[in-house]
Design a protein around this ligand. Structure first.
Ligand SMILES: Nc1ccn([C@@H]2O[C@H](COP(=O)(O)OP(=O)(O)OC[C@H](O)CO)[C@@H](O)[C@H]2O)c(=O)n1
Length: 320
């Protein structure tokens, strides 16, 4: 269980700003079930967790924004209920007294195509791409990556990104069922249909944002539904081209923390360049009466995650 007593709060220093976090709500108005590997999933209860989170975030009174790490509605949601279910979850986020930033996950895309999903999540996009950045204070920049840019889900069947993803999966995963990692070894096990990649244009954009952030002396927090570091998540949960994305990130010193969802049990690692990777515990798999959400206090030299329930508190210290 998480503790509210992070190192930073014990030292009594005021954060530069704070923000709320939650991941993998995967709401559906269906009875409880299990994941493919048998972990219990509480599809209705997860909405109650979000409601608790919003209440706690509002009571805190000093949160500048909240971040949803994707998968707001589960793939088992009956498809004639997808739109209403997405609206219902978005409506809960809108009860927060401030902006909510969303990112897309595989389960979002099982429910709605991008052209319907992105306006509901208020992700402005001219061509269906879902990556963006924002700067909550002059010292910090948040980069939200679209981990399903190259993906076999969410784009129209004949879209170049779908075709590129299918070709890639065909080359990397010999199984007929492309969600199955059978026979794949080690990090190859990430080549599954429920993952995706950051495309070439997005890589160029990321490079330009990091260059600009470096010029402005900003600390960068990279957010993506799909984890980027093998130390923080199981191989089956990683972004297809996590190594390519990390190569770009490692060219700069500005990225301090990468945050993700998708791998429901959560995780934390510090990579070879001292960057923290924190994968957030899923709301969906919290048994009734328990929670998983939190808020992060941002300081000059650390992010301090104050977790509630199954979300572990984590101090992520770095060189300013
Ligand atoms: N070995 C597997 C695992 C999953 N599937 C099928 O793939 C779809 C998505 O799986 P799901 O567990 O629901 O995906 P999440 O995004 O909730 O979780 C991601 C993982 O935790 C990352 O490790 C679903 O249709 C499964 O049945 C599969 O066929 N084979």
């Amino acid at each position: 269980m998480g503790s509210a007593n992070g190192l930073a709060s014990m030292q009594g220093k005021q954060p530069l700003f704070s923000f709320g976090v939650i991941s993998d709500v995967q709401y559906a108005d269906i009875p409880d079930g299990r994941s493919f590997i048998g972990v219990p999933r509480y599809y209705r209860h997860s909405l109650l967790i979000l409601q608790n989170a919003v209440q706690r975030w509002n009571n805190h009174q000093k949160l500048k924004f909240v971040m949803n790490f994707g998968d707001i509605v589960d793939g088992f949601c009956p498809k004639d209920q997808s739109l209403e279910a997405v609206k219902k979850v978005v409506n809960e986020f809108e009860k927060f007294n401030g902006p909510a930033y969303h990112m897309i996950g595989n389960h979002c895309l099982y429910n709605l195509p991008r052209h319907m999903l992105l306006p509901l999540l208020k992700i402005s996009s001219v061509d269906g791409r879902a990556y963006y950045d924002f700067s909550p204070t002059p010292e910090y920049r948040f980069v939200v990556l679209d981990g399903y840019d190259i993906s076999a889900i969410g784009w129209p069947h004949n879209h170049p990104n779908t075709l590129e993803a299918l070709k890639f999966l065909g080359e990397k995963n010999p199984n007929t069922e492309k969600n199955s990692p059978a026979g794949l070894v080690g990090l190859e096990r990430r080549f599954l249909m429920f993952n995706g990649a950051v495309g070439k244009e997005q890589i160029k954009w990321l490079d330009a944002v990091l260059q600009d952030a470096t010029k402005l002396n900003q600390k960068v927090v990279v957010c993506c539904h799909v984890p980027l570091d093998p130390g923080s998540a199981s191989p089956e949960a990683l972004l297809w081209n996590c190594n390519e994305v990390m190569d770009v990130i490692h060219r700069y010193n500005c990225v301090k923390v990468c945050l993700a969802g998708h791998d429901h049990q959560g995780g934390h690692s510090i990579d070879t360049h001292g960057i923290h990777h924190r994968v957030l515990e899923a709301a969906l798999e919290c048994p009734p009466g328990t929670d998983a959400f939190g808020h992060i206090d941002a300081y000059d030299d650390r992010l301090s995650l104050v977790g509630t329930g199954w979300m572990q508190s984590t101090d992520m210290c770095f060189t300013p």
